[in-house]
Ligand binder design. Structure first.
Ligand code: ZN
Length: 387
């Protein structure tokens, strides 16, 4: 492939949606996104692809195969960004796909199956507070209720579609028959430090970890910090502290598991008041659902013991339970084979972050390739990968 061309296009595309403060802000169905899509469409034409936009706004460039009616191989990623995001998250995968097909056309390489590059609409979910919109539509799981979700100005997804020339009533037309799709592959920045730390050029993704979000509410007894002896306290915060330590301990037992308590609230919240109620969240991920289930069961059982010992009440509720998606062994093997042919070490690793491919769990086999993220920084203006 033509490295310079890919590199130059990444920079040219990054001119659209530059945030006035820092980085890039390119939300779905905005002027910035439209310009980025138009430029990408121009690249697709230069690559000799046949272009179209589907009913949800996914931009698709197709290279025909020799077998008529054969299912297509999809290469995709997204062009939207988080607020003040970087220039690689998303665009790299779309532009790399175009570069692959353009290089194949230039070398007159033909394939049996057609290959399509897709720039998916709204992967990040920054505008309507839910993401993977374009890939959901392709997989046929986008719903009418989803179209009613609104942005911070009260504009619904359906209205935004209309304003951009799409008919929200026809969104289902973006759904594809699984029979027309052979598989899905995506190149993406790692968004972590594993590859850089180990000096590895690429990662072969074993699977995409699904997040389980739990809300933990612990009720104790508020009281005077000076007048209540230690042995008479029902302090929910110390129970929470013990539970968090156990969450860390249990997750560390598994290689790919990650657990994060990212939010906590203490009521009533005073320097001289023993807390009466504590609430915190947990984000728990693994690419193996059974591992995630085991950790969940263990930490909840242990937490119940901790709370009954401390005479506080525990209530755990599920906020979100997304199934992890394993990558296809067949596609992984193909990537590993390509690595060995190019003299590149194939390093297998899970994806902790979500990606468009997750929507194709029951739709087609998927595979992903990660490239290094400098210092592991992503969703940040400082996001960088070297040429
Ligand atoms: Zn991304």
């Amino acid at each position: 492939m033509n490295k310079e061309r890919l590199w130059n296009r990444l920079h040219e595309l990054s001119q659209y949606g530059k945030d006035p403060i820092a980085g890039h802000t390119r939300f779905s169905f905005t002027k910035e996104e439209r310009m980025a899509k138009d430029l990408t469409a121009k690249y697709m034409l230069e690559a000799g692809l046949e272009i179209r936009e589907d009913a949800i706004g996914n931009l698709i460039g197709r290279k025909e195969g020799t077998m008529s009616d054969a299912p297509a191989v999809l290469i995709g990623s997204h062009l939207d960004s988080v607020p003040q995001g970087g220039m690689f998250d998303g665009p790299l995968g779309v532009l790399a796909g175009i570069e692959v097909l353009q290089s194949m056309n230039e070398r007159e390489i033909v394939t049996d199956h057609p290959i399509e590059v897709i720039a998916f609409t709204d992967e990040e979910g920054s505008r309507f507070q839910f993401g993977l919109i374009g890939s959901k539509a392709v997989a046929g799981v986008l719903t009418e209720e989803d179209l009613q979700r609104s942005d911070q100005n009260g504009i619904t997804l359906g209205q935004a579609m209309k304003e951009n020339g799409f008919d929200p009533l026809r969104f289902k037309e973006a759904a594809r028959d699984p029979k027309t799709v052979k598989g899905y592959v995506e190149v993406h920045i790692e968004q972590g430090k594993v590859l850089e730390t180990n000096n590895l050029p690429i990662g072969v993704v074993s699977g995409i970890a699904g997040p389980l979000w739990l809300n933990w509410k612990i009720k104790g007894e508020a009281g005077h910090a000076g007048a209540t002896p230690m042995q008479l306290r029902k302090d929910p915060l110390v129970a929470a502290a013990e539970i968090m330590q156990d969450i860390e301990e249990q997750s560390k037992k598994y290689t790919n598991a990650v657990a994060t308590v990212g939010k906590i609230s203490i009521k009533p919240g005073g320097v001289n008041v023993i807390p009466g109620e504590v609430e915190f969240t947990l984000d728990l991920r693994d690419i193996d659902e059974s591992v995630r289930d085991t950790i969940e069961k263990t930490i909840v059982a242990n937490a119940n013991k901790i709370c009954s010992k401390r005479k506080v009440e525990l209530e755990v509720t599920t906020l979100q339970r997304v199934a992890p998606v394993p990558c296809s062994p067949e596609i992984r093997e193909v990537i590993e084979h390509a690595c060995s042919q190019s003299g590149v070490k194939a390093y297998t690793m899970p994806s902790g972050a979500g990606h468009d491919g997750m929507q194709f769990k029951d739709f087609c086999p998927i595979g992903m390739i990660f490239v290094q993220s400098k210092d592991g920084i992503s969703h940040n203006p400082a996001e960088w990968s070297t040429k």
